[in-house]
Design a protein around this ligand. Structure first.
Ligand code: AMP
Length: 217
């Protein structure tokens, strides 16, 4: 199963991807997570990426494509993967298609998690992520039982540095201008499925799974 999860920042892609890896046993590949790890490690790639990330802009295609090509060559992607946050623009989508057609393993589909813009803002400012296991919480809608600590592993919950209001508005603008055109791109290939991304997390998950099951038929 080779799936792209599409959706604005805060649409719940990461949360749904975590649930999908448990159900389908394929890895989640999040370019945002890979880039944050590169920044934390202080690597050359991380140093180059940080400036763009802090401004809410996209990191250059060259950096991201190199990183994704390397990731997709790893053994654990043999039976598929869930791409989360990649591709982010048409050139990245075209490069991905080219790479996958060379490997003769095209995408099965793209799932768009659709959420209204006013809800997105609240979701992003309330988001907290566990720095050990990656579990995502929201202080408004799904808070942990103990403030600042992960329910699963007691790790520390972090507020991402780019989840502040100023960076968020540029991230949402970038999404609208550069990522939204992917909706038409995958529609034209007849592999786009759109689902409503509001309401209970489990209900959203059921919608995502039905969309995936239909793609695999
Ligand atoms: P995310 O966690 O997916 O919201 O990504 C956080 C930040 O990492 C974005 O605002 C971008 O600066 C950068 N980023 C993540 N994925 C990509 C991508 N596919 N292309 C370019 N920049 C990316």
């Amino acid at each position: 199963m080779r799936i792209v999860l599409l959706g604005a920042p805060g649409s719940g892609k990461g949360t749904q991807a975590q649930k999908l890896i448990e159900k389908y046993h394929v890895p989640q590949i999040s370019t945002g997570d890979l880039l944050r790890a590169a920044v934390a490690s202080g690597s050359d790639l991380g140093k180059k990426a940080k400036k763009f990330m802090d401004e809410g802009q996209l990191v250059t295609d060259e950096l991201v494509l190199g990183m994704i090509e390397e990731r997709l060559a790893q053994e654990d992607t043999k039976n598929g993967y869930i791409l989360d946050g990649f591709p982010r623009n048409i050139p990245q989508a075209e490069a991905l298609d080219k790479l996958l057609s060379k490997l003769q393993k095209p995408l099965d589909g793209a799932i768009l998690i659709d959420v209204d813009f006013d809800i997105l803002l609240k979701r992003i400012t309330g988001r907290r992520t566990c720095d050990s296991c990656g579990q995502v919480y929201n202080i408004y809608s799904s808070p942990p039982s103990k403030e600042g600590a992960c329910d699963k592993c007691d790790g520390t919950l972090q507020h991402r540095s780019d989840d502040n209001e100023q960076t968020i508005s540029s991230r949402l603008k970038v999404y609208e201008e550069q990522t939204c055109p992917l909706i038409d791109y995958y529609s034209e290939q007849s592999i786009l499925r759109k689902i409503k991304g509001t309401g209970d997390i489990e209900d959203i998950f059921k919608r995502v799974c039905s969309a995936i099951d239909l793609l695999n038929k």
